[in-house]
Design a protein around this ligand. Structure first.
Ligand code: GDP
Length: 195
């Protein structure tokens, strides 16, 4: 995939109606600080178009990036701020649930997990939630540059076992710093565009 042009086309708040896009959508989910903005910026070849995820209490939005007028990257609100109040947590859940239920163009969900740690309870809930909505998420194991090469396989296995994901679940290690893993993700996106 070659990125020609990108723009932030739609920002949806809790009360917004989701756009009825004609192009396929791929969504990015993950806990706050996992590296979601960095990944989306890296894929789009932009330094800071995707903003670093919201602080606790701040408005949560679903952001649609139009890529080449052929596909959308859908940035879902990050989860897992322990200190977020109940209202924010409930809003967050409703937004994601709505999106997974209602989007007609959603083809694939990427779930981001920090490669350094075992997936958290929230990560497991999110993984199950995506699956219950009929999608088989591809896991992006972020911050690859923060571990030794010799640790990669062990950490990937830890992610797989903790999520109870099958051998067919794809796990792609990625570094926003070195862009390792980016070609593999582009190939996955090419597959969606060719479908
Ligand atoms: P978000 O909250 O999920 O959108 O996370 P961000 O993309 O804002 O990243 C959170 C922090 O982790 C920032 O300080 C990033 O610079 C850092 N970060 C994200 N991805 C990587 C990575 O692949 N390698 C390293 N070393 N740091 C990363």
């Amino acid at each position: 995939m070659i990125i020609k042009n990108v723009s932030l086309e739609t920002v949806c708040g809790i009360t917004s109606k989701l756009p009825e896009n004609i192009h396929p959508e791929v969504a990015f989910a993950g806990k706050s600080n996992v590296g979601k903005s960095s990944l989306i910026n890296g894929l789009m070849n932009r330094k800071s178009l995707a903003r670093t995820s919201s602080q606790p209490g701040k408005t949560q939005t679903i952001n649609y990036y139009n890529i080449n007028d052929e596909i959308y990257f859908v940035d879902l609100p990050g989860y897992g701020y322990a200190q977020a109040n109940e209202h924010v947590k409930a809003q967050w859940g409703k937004m994601i649930e709505d999106y997974l239920h209602k989007s007609k163009q959603l083809k694939l969900v990427f779930l981001l997990i920090d490669i350094r740690h075992a997936p958290s309870e929230n990560d497991r809930i999110m993984y199950d939630w995506i699956r219950r909505n009929g999608y088989d998420p591809i896991i992006i194991a972020t911050k690859l540059d923060k571990i030794n090469r010799s640790q990669i396989q062990k950490q990937v296995k830890l992610i797989r076992t903790t999520l109870q994901a099958g051998a067919d679940t794809q796990i792609v290690p990625y570094s926003a710093q070195t862009k390792q893993g980016r070609e593999e993700i582009y190939e996955i996106l090419d597959g969606i565009l060719a479908a």
